[in-house]
Design a protein around this ligand. Structure first.
Ligand code: PRP
Ligand code: URA
Length: 211
């Protein structure tokens, strides 16, 4: 697995606002939006482009556009906070959805939504979720994508934990991981330490769906 850690000072300043327990919901959403756009910008550096002639008010220029824009797939809920920043960078992208919630006792993902195209072969997929902790949620999501033929998956996470990174690498699926941090450990509740807490709650308030 290819791992890229985005250590740009502006990205790290947003990450710090996300980590800070004093940042309220609206500040958290704003910092996640900024950092999400930066991560997607870096992720899309090598996307294939096609060129075309573009007429300016004073002449012609060689223009370029994405040949095959990626599909953005957020893991709901927290991944929803990365959809708008991703679309601001890649307005032509489609969006698919995977709904998962971690069981608080077992820490295993409980699936509740799958809204994806049937065939993802040859289509770049940006799987977005702010948190990679045990890796259970993203392993499940990646299995859903590969079952549909996805063969070009980029995982975009704000904070990744080393155990989750190891678990993705062990899948043996060719993946790229773009992240702003790899934190060392998980606590007894499988939260990332130091992490930033519960990303879904910090974006939207406490989750009250019981699956
Ligand atoms: C969070 C996060 C990831 C998952 C990571 O979602 O957004 O999807 O936990 O944990 P894992 O790597 O151990 O699986 P959560 O299940 O809390 O749901 P929410 O986004 O609805 O709050
Ligand atoms: N999910 C979160 O939102 N935060 C963590 O630290 C772990 C899982």
């Amino acid at each position: 697995m290819e791992i890229t850690i985005i250590d740009h000072p502006l990205a790290q300043a947003r990450l710090t606002r996300l980590r800070d327990e004093r940042t309220n919901n609206s500040g958290f959403r704003a910092a996640l939006s900024d950092l999400g756009a930066m991560l997607v910008y870096e992720a899309s550096r090598d996307l294939e482009v096609e060129t075309y002639e573009c007429t300016t008010p004073v002449g012609t220029a060689e223009g370029s556009r994405l040949k095959n824009p990626p599909i953005i797939v957020p893991v709901i809920r927290a991944g929803l906070g990365l959809v708008d920043p991703a679309l601001s960078m890649i307005p032509d992208a489609q969006v698919g959805f995977i709904g998962l919630a971690r069981d608080e006792e077992t820490h295993e993902p409980v699936p509740y939504l799958e809204a994806l195209p049937d065939d993802l072969s040859g289509q770049p997929v940006y799987l977005v979720d702010p948190m990679l902790a045990t890796g259970g949620s993203l392993v499940h999501a990646i299995e859903l994508l590969t079952a549909r033929g996805a063969d070009d998956i980029t995982v975009i996470c704000v904070v990744s934990a080393q155990p989750g990174v190891d678990r993705l690498a062990e899948m043996g699926v060719p993946l790229r991981l773009i992240t702003a941090a790899v934190d060392p450990a998980l606590n007894e509740d499988a939260y990332i330490v130091p992490g930033l807490g519960d990303a879904g709650d910090r974006l939207y308030g406490p989750r009250n769906i019981h699956l």
